[in-house]
Ligand binder design. Structure first.
Ligand code: PMV
Length: 366
């Protein structure tokens, strides 16, 4: 069923390109994000089965430039390059995504687009580029629409960019904002919606204001099971409804912890979410296992270090074996030392990425 927002965005859309247009362009940098409350399971139109919560990263960024020209024969065409090189498999995924956006951006149907993306993180780092990549494209398309219509940027610009990014990749909806971002309807949270993400509407307590994320690379390989396969395995998952209840409760508890400076609850819920996500993967039919022995060794060592030193460190894991070590900037020296001596030997070729919470996307004005 079409939502009110969908109808509104379609009604307000810019129909065609101005007759005298030669070329326009837009460029954005947009971050990847790391989920603490996981989105795992969706329904029609990339809507989430439960609310999720992430924070945006600072260093893991996609920069995307979109150049739009009127198409010579009036039919949509696209060229896509990653790091100035053609990439056919991404190109067909992006083409399908952009064609699905014609109801929102009808002017695209008569456009020739050239998209050039660059990721700051290596392709072999195991970091999914869909959140940063899709959100940067969505921001460019919204900015192009704005330029064509000549209407000044309104307060809904990022809301719409989040909505459009969501249609490309669910987690990308959260990348259009900085710091902590939630996505998915949650009882008692005014701004929450399944259709777009929102920044938190309360003050973040001191312990969580400057979180760091050391991404410990266990394997640089492409995921054995894609997140879309994982989402669809949730449809017949025996624990699906319990999982969605658990995620809703965890979301509420984590929001409270972030508000009230409750580090203990933050750690408990963050780790519960990471391990529950992988528990769901193992108990899907067919079941699959993305954790590696080194992931488990690292988890054990993080917990032991916390017990022994009382340092605020915790971990989360996405749909892969890499462990995200989350800690506060205050204990950076101690944690860097711990990573170097105890964790780096378990990383693939000693690789880890030094990242932290970031301020969100940035428009590049040429
Ligand atoms: O946005 P997708 O379809 O790639 O799914 C993301 C799933 C997780 O990364 C495992 C969790 C999340 O909320 O980001």
């Amino acid at each position: 069923m079409e939502s009110n927002l969908q109808l509104r965005y379609q009604d307000e859309s810019v129909a065609g390109l101005p007759g005298d247009l030669v070329s326009i362009e837009s460029e954005w940098k947009s971050p990847s994000n790391i989920a603490l409350i996981k989105y795992w399971g969706k329904f029609a139109g990339q809507l989430p089965r439960n609310p999720s919560l992430s924070f945006s990263l600072k260093e893991a960024i996609s920069s995307t430039k979109v150049v739009l020209k009127p198409s010579p024969d009036g039919i949509f065409e696209l060229t896509y390059q990653l790091d100035n090189q053609e990439n056919r498999s991404f190109e067909s995924r992006i083409k399908e995504y952009i064609e699905s956006l014609f109801p929102y951006f009808p002017f695209l149907q008569e456009s020739s687009l050239s998209i050039n993306s660059h990721n700051t993180f290596p392709h072999s780092s195991g970091i999914a580029s869909s959140a940063s990549g899709m959100s940067s494209i969505a921001l460019c398309l919204c900015a192009l629409e704005e330029k064509i219509s000549g209407i000044e940027r309104g307060i809904d610009f990022f809301g719409k960019a989040s909505y459009i990014a969501r249609l490309g990749s669910g987690s990308a909806s959260r990348s259009v904002y900085g710091n902590f971002v939630s996505w998915g309807f949650a009882q008692g949270f005014k701004l929450s919606s399944d259709e777009f993400a929102s920044p938190l509407d309360f003050t973040i307590s001191p312990s969580f204001k400057s979180l760091c994320d050391a991404i410990l690379i266990i394997s640089p390989e492409k995921k054995k099971v894609s997140s879309s396969q994982g989402h669809s395995l949730m449809k017949n998952h025996p624990y699906a409804s319990l999982r969605y209840e658990q995620a809703k409760k965890n979301f509420t508890l984590l929001m409270k912890a972030i508000k009230s400076d409750d580090v203990e609850t933050f750690i408990r819920i963050t780790e519960n979410e990471a391990l529950s996500l992988h528990g769901l993967m193992m108990s899907s039919d067919p079941g699959f296992l993305l954790l590696e022995p080194a992931s488990l060794e690292i988890i054990d060592r993080i917990r032991k270090f916390r017990e022994e030193t009382g340092t605020f460190i915790t971990f989360t894991i996405d749909a892969g074996p890499n462990v995200h070590l989350i800690y506060s900037l205050d204990s950076r020296d101690k944690v860097l030392d711990f990573i170097k001596t105890e964790l780096q030997p378990f990383c693939f070729e000693g690789n880890w990425i030094d990242d932290r919470m970031g301020e969100g996307p940035e428009e590049i004005n040429s």
